[in-house]
Design a protein around this ligand. Structure first.
Ligand code: PGA
Length: 248
């Protein structure tokens, strides 16, 4: 059965001490269980410190470069993140797509590089407010999957999770409503089913992200085909993040 997942994207926040304190507050509050997987994505600089702490929380990176090494000033390579023991990565977050111009093709290269190095991918997708209001958001999002994820084999895609994050809901306090969430998550699962098969579709965890917090999480997590959340702002506070883990 597919796992429930709670993932915290700390983005470019916190200093070294704050990141260690937050991590230890989170890890000391979670009881290890096979039902819920917890992953945090700290700023890259603090990743190694957190990896050295024995815990039941997985550590991922928010970004990496798909090449193994070379003249890419300022970048961190896929081999380097593997070398320090990173197990998960985000790929396709809307902030990477829009602020750093990451194209569908580049995201495809990142997905391939991560999987080749046994790093599990949370592939992010989601539409802008303009697309939500004037076009078919399900078509747009499933196209994102076809462009950067659906070239994978059945075995490979089973090592990925998908996070649906409507851009207009990220960090804005506006949450997609339950109908919009269920419709999108079901469209994503159906698209995996038609590209691969039912068994594959049923194995992939699909998370929701965008202004998810303890006050709305129960309703979101109980929507059809929602297997958890990718949390930004509310993951920076240990009480909220731990409370979110009790909303499943
Ligand atoms: P938010 O961010 O929870 O602050 O809206 C979610 C994300 O960007 O992953």
């Amino acid at each position: 059965m597919r796992k429930k997942v709670l993932a915290g994207n700390w983005k470019m926040n916190l200093n070294s001490n704050q990141s260690s304190v937050l991590f230890s507050e989170i890890t000391s509050s979670f009881i290890d269980n096979s039902y819920l997987k917890i992953i945090v994505f700290p700023p890259f600089l603090y990743t190694k410190d957190l990896l050295s702490i024995d815990s039941n929380v997985s550590i991922g990176v928010q970004n990496f470069h798909p090449e193994s090494n070379g003249a890419y000033t300022g970048e961190v390579s896929v081999s380097q993140i593997k070398d320090i023991g990173v197990t998960h990565t985000l790929v396709g977050h809307s902030e990477r797509r829009t602020l750093f111009n990451e194209s569908d093709d580049f995201l495809k290269q990142k997905v391939d590089a991560a999987l080749k190095n046994n790093i599990e991918v949370i592939f992010c997708c989601g539409e802008s407010i303009e697309i939500r209001e004037s076009a078919n958001p399900e078509d747009f999002v499933t196209k994102q999957l076809h462009s950067s994820l659906f070239h994978l084999s059945k075995e490979e895609i089973q090592k990925c999770m998908i996070a649906y994050e409507p851009i207009w809901a990220i960090g804005t306090g506006k949450v997609a409503n339950e109908d919009q969430i269920s419709k999108m998550h079901t469209a994503i699962r159906n698209e995996i089913k038609s590209k691969y098969d039912e068994e594959t579709a049923n194995q992939i965890s699909i998370l929701y992200g965008g202004s998810c917090k303890p006050s709305n999480a129960k309703a979101i997590f109980s929507c059809e085909n929602v297997d958890g959340g990718l949390i930004g702002g509310a993951s920076l506070d240990s009480n909220s993040f731990v409370e979110l883990s009790n909303c499943f």
